[in-house]
Design a binder for this molecule. Structure first.
Ligand SMILES: C[S@@+](CC[C@H](N)C(=O)[O-])C[C@H]1O[C@@H](n2cnc3c(N)ncnc32)[C@H](O)[C@@H]1O
Length: 282
């Protein structure tokens, strides 16, 4: 029978070609042993049962086959909050925290009305709700599986200020009677083109939902609808903020210029120096 420490080292060595073998081996062990990090650290000499060892070996094999770590552990941290994740729902990326950060910086009203379009597992909406407990938030999502997970994440975080709605883009908002009432419309929309999709790693293409990443032939199809339709729902002075692809700034600037409703159009770079967020004020 192996000890936790022995399995941990075995996992690290098998995963040596992954960027974070130490962290990945530990997370997979925590999952199979149902331990917290603190419990893990004081239990290294404990023996594991044969079913726990089988569980660990099975997860290691799946990881080697390219299954993303959060689909194996069932969790991904975003804005220091653990979000439940499952196959079929996009894994939140750390770069998206810039969108949350900028929205919070601009949001001064205690009771702002915010909309998150394409909420996925709810990472943006729940992070905003945690930071702005008096805001009213609407989270829209076209995938029923993602919406179900987002509802669960909100409830597990004790959030009851988000109204979840199923549907495409602004369609669910028509029934919610919030025309010209929103202070913020935020989105991490699908923005990858069909050509760029083929260049993504197999870990992404084989496991993450294409419909969460690819908007269409050009990648700008969903962004175009956001720019065109958001003014109908924003108050005067309200903001539209959304994540963009590293090479989309110029085309997006031209799209904004086509609509007279938009003022103060800007772009923010991420830590890697890539254009990551577009924002504009109505
Ligand atoms: C890039 S993912 C972002 C998910 C999550 N907000 C995040 O930041 O990780 C885009 C999300 O938009 C959803 N989506 C795609 N097209 C949509 C549409 N027309 N209307 C509503 N949601 C859509 C996808 O299912 C996916 O969950």
């Amino acid at each position: 029978m192996s000890t936790i420490q022995e399995l941990f080292h075995e996992g690290k060595s098998v995963l040596k070609d992954f960027p974070h073998p130490h962290l990945e081996s530990k997370q997979l062990l925590l999952k199979c042993l149902s331990l917290t990090e603190e419990q893990f650290l004081i239990s290294l000499d404990r023996s594991v049962s044969s079913s726990q060892e089988r569980c660990f070996n099975a997860l290691i094999s799946k990881r080697i086959a390219g299954v993303p770590l959060p689909y194996l552990t069932g969790f991904k941290e975003f804005w220091s909050i653990p979000f439940r994740i499952s196959p079929g729902v996009l894994i939140p990326r750390p770069e998206t925290e810039l969108l949350v950060e900028k929205t919070l910086e601009l949001s001064k009203g205690k009771d702002d009305v915010m909309v998150d379009i394409g909420t996925g597992c709810g990472n943006i909406a729940v992070s905003l709700a945690k930071e702005r407990p008096h805001a009213r938030i609407f989270a829209i999502e076209s995938s029923r599986k993602a919406l179900q997970l987002a509802r669960r994440n909100a409830s597990e975080q004790g959030i009851s200020t988000i109204t979840f709605a199923s549907g495409s883009l602004f369609t669910p908002l028509e029934k919610l009677l919030i025309k010209e009432k929103c202070d913020f419309i935020v989105s991490n929309p699908p923005y990858v083109s069909e050509i760029d999709w083929k260049k993504l790693s197999t870990e992404i293409r084989d496991h993450e939902p294409k419909s969460a990443l690819v908007a269409g032939e050009t990648g700008l199809e969903v962004i175009k609808s956001l720019i065109q339709e958001a003014p109908l729902y924003l108050k005067s002075g309200g903001y539209l903020l959304f994540e963009i692809g590293y090479n989309q700034k110029d085309e997006i600037q031209s799209m904004f210029n086509l609509f007279s409703s938009w003022k103060k159009i800007g772009f923010l770079k991420d830590l890697a120096g890539k254009n990551r967020v577009a924002l504009a004020r109505k």
